[in-house]
Write a protein that binds this ligand. Sequence first.
Ligand SMILES: [Zn+2]
Length: 402
Amino acid sequence: MKKITKLILLLIVTIGCLSSCKKADPLIDNTEYGVECEAQNKYLLINSTGFQEVGKAFIGTAGMVGRYLRLYDLDSKVSSVLCSDPSCTHDSNNCSAYLNSGQVSYYDNKIYYISNDSGNYSGDWILWKEDITGNNKTKVKAISLEDVIFKYQPQQIVLHHGKVYLRGIASTVDGAKPEYRISLLSARIDDNSDYQVLVDKTISSGVSTSWRFVGDYVYFMIKEISQDNNDVKITIMRFSTVDGKEETVYVESGITDKVADFWVTVNEVILLAGINENDHPCLWKLSNDKRETVVLWEGIKSEIPIIMEDIAVVSYYVDETRYIYIKDFDNDSVYSGPLFVNRAEGVDKDLGTQGYGFAVVGGDKDKVIINLIGLINERKIYTILFDLKNDMKSTVLWTDGN
Ligand SMILES: [Zn+2]
């Protein structure tokens, strides 16, 4: 019950009143971005922020408290808020680009995101869609507060292959013992309120889940931590988006290495990030119930690698300066050195120091996108693209906060 109260409070704090702004001329011509996309394998699925690559633009969010849907156009190098009202200053929850969840999906030429209904702070969650210009905002589906949000407590909502997927972890208490209800639900992208329950399990040990969307499959990992000895058990399942077939593709228990998140490549190779018994960051390839080291950062200790499309990143400090070491899945180095070779244009601060938190958004062999989060001198998030083909040239895609 405590969790639910917290959830409601969080909603009240973060949900904005989404007023219907006066429609103006589109900021950007919609036809420039006619690429059909789905859940993307290049970018991590992060709770607090969202990111999608759409043709020659990036769309996403960065903020911690108020989040505004933003667009960066690679051709014009212009960063804008996806708000349809030219007189709006995008600094309150009255802005039509204000979201209560950072997550953004892009599907069939539309941006999809979750927010509340206008002025209704405690009601159902709404799945909205709109054009990439920020115009034509339409309600797609109400997600019931009672039947879905309270019951399953969705942590992430993602669109893939014509369906919306919800990944939930609800904590419950049975006597003195905490329990967790983990779930994976899917529903059609329409106003129907029926959900297909793919996973619904109650687990008494510490548990976390994550997922990947690749082609015709949804991969779902359950990571359980034994209360007796902290051993880890991982189970990876996959669900066909074509015929709904469910398979368990990998199970391992009694893991004593420190394991983090998993990844599935476009060729459906399953990788797991972690730290091996010698305290070095590594990636394991999982196949036929065997875990085999394929990438290893021998000179670095205790840092967890972050995996994306075809590279993985480890970050560490040398004195006060942040370094990164990027490798591909053949264990070859893509870049190793200071994160900032030069300061980003227009930024007068040194973002590569200990005053800035570091969160990888995603990328590939050409580029890596990183959020740098001001912790000491400023409360500001910078979403920055580093060009791996051009000496780590850094470009600020957008900032949030002050
Ligand atoms: Zn606005």
